[in-house]
Ligand binder design. Structure first.
Ligand code: ADP
Ligand code: ADP
Length: 208
C-alpha cells in the first residue's frame, strides 16, 4: 500500500506530475478538484454546495471533502494506494485522512508565487482524455493530443482574479500542513520551477 500526497500551491504541477507518474507507480490519481468539478457538472447536492466556494477561489468545507474521500477510497482501484492531488488542503483534512489510510510520503512541489499566475492563466486540458497542457510551457503537440480526439477545455476559475484568492487560501489554510507532515517525517521537497521531466525524475526518485 503506497499512498502519496502531492502537495503545493495551485498551478504547481500536481496534476501534471500525477498523470506522468501513473504508469510508473501503478496508482490512480485522486484529485478532489476533478471530483468536485464532476459533481458541479452533474449538479449533485455536493456540486451545488461546492460551486459557490470554487467560483470564489475559496476552499470547500472540510466535511464535504472528507466524505468524498471516504467514498473514493472504498473503490476497488484504490486498494494498493493512490496519489492524492489537491488533498489534504487543511490540517483537519489531514487529520481525517490519517484515520482513513496511512500516508506513505508527501511530495511537495515548490513553486514561487510569481510563477503561479502565468502557469494558471495559460492552462488548458483535453476534455476528452484529461491531459493538462500550457499555452507556452507545455503546448499541444503539432500532431494533436495522444488520445486522438482533442477537445480544448479551460477552467472557469483559471483567471487572474481567482488565482489571487486561491493563493491566499493556500498560504493561510494549506501551507501550515508542511509543518504537520515534517513533524511526521513524511515531507519531501522538490524544486518545481524547472523542466517538467526533471521534476518527474526527482519525484520518482523520492518515492523509491
Ligand atoms: P496543479 O495540479 O498543481 O494545479 P497543473 O499540473 O494543472 O497544476 O499545472 C498548472 C499549469 O502549469 C498547466 O498548464 C501545466 O501544463 C503547467 N506546468 C506544470 N508543470 C510545469 C513546469 N514544471 N513548468 C512550466 N509549466 C508547468
Ligand atoms: P488547483 O489547480 O488550484 O490546485 P483544484 O482543481 O485542486 O485546483 O481545486 C479547484 C477548487 O476546488 C479549489 O479552488 C477549491 O475551491 C476546491 N477544492 C479542491 N480540493 C479541495 C480540498 N481538498 N479542500 C477544499 N477545497 C478543495
Amino acid at each position: 500500500m503506497l499512498n502519496i500526497v502531492l502537495f503545493g500551491p495551485p498551478g504547481a504541477g500536481k496534476g501534471t506530475q500525477a498523470q506522468r507518474m501513473m504508469d510508473a507507480t501503478g496508482l490512480p490519481q485522486v484529485s478532489t478538484g476533478d471530483m468536485l468539478r464532476a459533481a458541479v457538472k452533474a449538479q449533485t447536492e455536493v456540486g451545488l454546495e461546492a460551486k459557490k466556494y470554487m467560483d470564489a477561489g475559496a476552499l470547500v468545507p472540510d466535511e464535504v471533502i472528507i466524505d468524498l474521500i471516504k467514498d473514493r477510497m472504498k473503490e476497488d482501484d484504490a486498494k494498493n494506494g493512490v496519489m492524492f492531488d489537491g488533498f489534504p488542503r487543511t490540517v483537519p483534512q489531514a487529520e481525517a485522512l490519517s484515520e482513513i489510510v496511512n500516508v506513505s510520503i508527501v511530495l511537495a512541489i515548490d513553486v514561487p508565487d510569481e510563477r503561479i499566475v502565468e502557469r494558471i492563466c495559460g492552462r488548458f486540458s483535453c476534455g476528452n482524455c484529461g491531459v493538462v497542457f500550457h499555452d507556452q510551457f507545455n503546448p499541444l503537440p503539432a500532431n494533436g493530443c495522444a488520445c486522438g480526439s482533442f477537445m480544448e477545455k479551460r477552467r472557469a476559475d483559471d483567471t487572474e482574479e481567482t488565482v489571487v484568492a486561491r493563493l491566499k487560501a493556500y498560504h493561510q489554510q494549506t501551507a501550515p500542513l508542511a509543518e504537520f507532515y515534517q513533524k511526521k517525517g513524511l515531507f519531501s521537497l522538490v524544486d518545481g520551477d524547472r523542466d517538467i521531466d526533471l521534476i518527474t525524475t526527482d519525484l520518482l526518485a523520492a518515492i523509491n
